[in-house]
Design a protein around this ligand. Sequence first.
Ligand SMILES: Cc1cc2nc3c(=O)[nH]c(=O)nc-3n(C[C@H](O)[C@H](O)[C@H](O)COP(=O)(O)OP(=O)(O)OC[C@H]3O[C@@H](n4cnc5c(N)ncnc54)[C@H](O)[C@@H]3O)c2cc1C
Length: 460
Amino acid sequence: MSVQHADVVICGAGIAGVSAAYHLALQPGIGHIVLVDERPPLTLTSDKSTEAYRNWWPGPDDAMLRLMNRSIDLLEQLDTASAHRLNLNRRGYLYVTGNPAAVPALVASAQLGAQLGAGPLRVHGGSVHDPVYVPGNAEHWQEQPDGADLLLDPAWILRRFPYLNPASLAALHVRRAGWFSGQQLGMILLEQARARGVQLLTGHVDSIDTRGGRVRSVRVKVAGGEQELATPVLVNAAGPLVNSVAAQLGLTLPIFSELHRKMALEDRFGILPREAPLVIWEDAQQLPWSAEERAALAESAETQPLLAPFPGGVHFRPEGRPGSQTVLMLWAYHSEPVPPLLPLPADPEFPEIVLRGMTTLVPGLAAYLEKLPKVSVDGGYYTKTRENRPLIGPLPVQGAYILAALSGYGLMAACASGELLAAHVAGRTLPGYAPAFVPSRYEDPAYQRKLEAWGATGQL
Ligand SMILES: Cc1cc2nc3c(=O)[nH]c(=O)nc-3n(C[C@H](O)[C@H](O)[C@H](O)COP(=O)(O)OP(=O)(O)OC[C@H]3O[C@@H](n4cnc5c(N)ncnc54)[C@H](O)[C@@H]3O)c2cc1C
């Protein structure tokens, strides 16, 4: 077995590991970095993303918002420096409700987001004194508003977004939000990391030597044999497999995984405008079925769940360059924790359930129900902590670090998360939000009390 020395070994070349490699390579004094993955880079979870981002993180404090604002700052810098290679836009997220009882919660979350630092809140109630509403630019993020527009006049909402359910009552248009090419982000970071000497090694991290309570070496199964990497630092960025790598350190992490799928549909009837933002129906719903269909579904225990209430959160966004008809559609109607099995188990019902749910948000999409169009479905795991915040920082084995549990926001958070991880490893000054993400936070009794009162933060 060959033995090689590395200053840092990173396990996982998803967006987390690639961003960690890029930011570590910028640190003076860190020489040889080896990025190990058994798959080609960015091909397990990181290429399944909707590639959306937002700085909208209502929650018990501003830590997520600050992490995300920093990450979006870095995305904007990279987009500028690469002549718009990221295709970053700022079309926003539009959260819509048709439930009168849900309007106060939408208003409260709008106020909280603004208080936490997401930018100004502009309220549009249908009065002549309303502030000006600036429609989003479809392709660019520069000189676009931030903060949010709270739209409380249903007639105005339908004039502006005529494809929405006519029962829409209120909408929140979050403005420092949109989407970008996650694959390009990964490639830019990887290219620049490799240009700074980061070595990509194809192989499976199989065991970690932690004699004496500190990282000493990492054993990697490579084609035709094994390679030992003698190293004082290991970064666990193994995505949904993060717990199996933690087990090699003798640790168990407080995380779980949910299976999330997405589908791409060709909107050949042009029901959805190509310049639309990412649009989310906030309300729980029952799938729309005809009386006959309902009767047939009620007959079998297997199909009865299709008559039960489904959660809120069905959402879409247009995908592709001008001329494309593709629309991405997502709905996590099964979000219970599951073992992260690979390859993903099939769900043949997913396209029809999502399309039916989507007709509640955009009734015109019912045109596709008669003959379901061809769709492509993929997905992956949201690996999460219970409060839906990532794990970034040192683990309780000297020299071991983690950058994981990036849930449904790993692309948008990648830049600031990699930067934060690198600051931990290099012993540099940490930003004020760092303590909110260190794994040791769970040992703090005050944090444990805070957790008890914590609701899950948004996942979109
Ligand atoms: C359907 C869906 C939609 C999403 N939408 C968005 C979105 O709109 N915006 C957003 O920001 N995020 C989104 N996400 C979340 C985002 O994709 C993830 O948070 C992110 O990709 C996680 O990256 P990662 O690097 O942690 O994990 P991964 O990309 O899974 O990378 C982990 C890597 O570790 C490697 N690995 C694991 N164990 C070992 C080992 N023992 N040895 C060697 N290699 C190993 C794996 O091969 C893999 O390549 C979405 C996710 C899904 C599933």
